[in-house]
Design a protein around this ligand. Sequence first.
Ligand code: PGA
Length: 250
Amino acid sequence: MRTPIIAGNWKMNLLNKDAETMVTELVPLVKDADCEVVLCVPYTDLLTVRKCVRGTNIKLGAQNVHWAESGAYTAEISASMLKELRIQYVVVGHSERRQYFGETNEKVNLRAKAALASKLRPIICIGETLEEREAGRMEDVLYTQVVECLKGFKSWDFDKSIIAYEPVWAIGTGKTASPEQANAACKFIRDTIKKKFSAKIADKIRIQYGGSMKGSNVKELMAMSEIDGGLIGGASLKADLFAEIVNYNK
Ligand code: PGA
């Protein structure tokens, strides 16, 4: 049995005061959740949110991590810096990083491995663009992303890793993949992991869906056999909207 995991990705949103208000409102709304609840917030909100989630069932995550331990990498943040703040999760390879900041599978792999080496749990994002899907290349793209982003992973690394399948055309567009489309892609990812690693690993790894997930579609997405959670952007910024997703089976 895979424990469902619902994670919010605030992206570049919410100043400290707003972060505090949001999380203070969220805490009582999600306290009885049956799934794991995570908030991946801007670096500048980490300390504020950490204070608000202390002693609750909400876990804290960052949105990126550098692969080096320290050094001349202006503006970057290392895994041990996050670890020092007692962060548990970190998003790597988000499509916005790929699209706007030249992120490659190779770098995503380095970031994920650095996170794992510091006992952080990477949420590794993959997904095809609309152009790739329409050209019939979805499986090729996902295959390459899985193989390159998980390169060199040891079996125990998979216990700590989450895959987020996020079709780029569904992110922030209001367009959601149908439950069947999302499930088929997640199944393809799981089958690839089975082929490249093992059936046991494939069976255990949690795969989230991301892309305009909200209260009105979470139930049917979460009912699909291969979808173990969600990575939520827009709808994770408001406590009531995010709580509706977290409490999808109430
Ligand atoms: P969205 O973003 O929920 O706003 O579509 C999802 C994501 O980018 O992780």
